[in-house]
Design a protein around this ligand. Structure first.
Ligand SMILES: C[S@@+](CC[C@H](N)C(=O)[O-])C[C@H]1O[C@@H](n2cnc3c(N)ncnc32)[C@H](O)[C@@H]1O
Length: 274
């Protein structure tokens, strides 16, 4: 673990994300509703990588003891406005400053991919073991994160202005060589992975989030890999759900899928500590 690494989100990034609430309202609603409807009976819940506490605010109604953990003091600093009764802990997920065998539910929502992509190689495993440590026996871990779109290409019609954004994206994106082929008037042949990254990242152009978004991918977890890893660490996966249909992102830019089929770009799984 690199203890000297600065939190990923400084004040500029936190401000940038905080100001984009309405843009992601629909998407956040979908993911937070899915998480909330699976809580069921729960006395103590912790949200790790909780940001400014949007999920915790909604969970107040269902859970008596709530904890919020985040490595970034800037992200977490206004959390009490959202959720006055939350217990706040500022620490990294791979070294949780939390008691063992204490929680009924631990949640990471769009946090674990950052551990995988920006942390040390061992951080993913260490983080999952830390989550297991803080859960009671039979406690549940909810992992909601970015799903790899998988191999394959699709054909899509895009308005001219979106094609120029795609060119800008391909110039700026650093995680892999992003590319497309023009196969007709405004018709683009493109890999599913590249389209997923383009559609979910170009909002960051010329903001303080641009460099981070251009250096990471939203094609992160494959089902067999992450389920295999979590089960090897003493959990049993009881539920797997996919969400965030790429169709919504394509419609948002007034695009039209001409060849290939839609897919979902996020997942939620629930794993029980054995
Ligand atoms: C993309 S935001 C997601 C916020 C919120 N959970 C959501 O679903 O909208 C990721 C959050 O995880 C935090 N984070 C990233 N890596 C972390 C780590 N290793 N330990 C603790 N928090 C981390 C970031 O500071 C940020 O607040």
């Amino acid at each position: 673990m690199d203890i000297n690494r600065k939190p990923l989100y400084d004040s500029e990034k936190a401000r940038c994300l905080g100001g984009r609430g309405t843009m992601w309202q629909h998407e956040n609603q979908e993911k937070f509703s899915l998480l909330l409807e699976n809580i069921g009976s729960c006395e103590r819940l912790v949200d790790i990588g909780c940001g400014w506490g949007q999920l915790l605010r909604m969970a107040q109604e269902y859970v008596s003891e709530l904890w919020g953990v985040d490595e970034s003091p800037e992200m977490i600093k206004r959390i009490k406005r959202n959720c006055p009764k939350v217990n706040v802990v500022t620490c990294r997920a791979n070294n949780l400053q939390l008691p063992g065998c204490y929680f009924d539910i631990a949640i990471t929502s769009q946090m674990l991919h950052e551990v995988k992509l920006f942390g040390e190689k061992s951080d993913l495993r260490t983080t999952l073991l830390e989550i297991r440590r803080i859960l009671k026996d039979n406690g549940r871990y909810f992992l909601l994160d970015h799903l790899d779109a998988g191999d394959g290409e699709i054909m899509i019609k895009l308005p001219k202005k979106e094609i120029s954004k795609l060119l800008e994206f391909e110039e700026k994106f650093r995680f892999y060589k992003a590319d497309h082929e023009m196969v007709g008037d405004n018709i683009v042949k493109i890999s599913k992975r590249c389209l997923q990254d383009f559609l979910t990242k170009y909002w960051s152009f010329n903001t303080s989030m641009e460099s981070m978004e251009m250096n990471e991918t939203h094609n992160v977890f494959r089902k067999s890999e992450i389920v295999g890893l979590i089960e090897s660490l003493g959990f049993s996966v009881s539920k797997w759900v996919v969400l965030s249909n790429i169709q919504t992102d394509i419609k948002r830019v007034k695009g039209e899928l001409l060849e290939g089929s839609f897919w979902f770009r996020k997942f939620l799984f629930i794993a029980k500590k054995l």
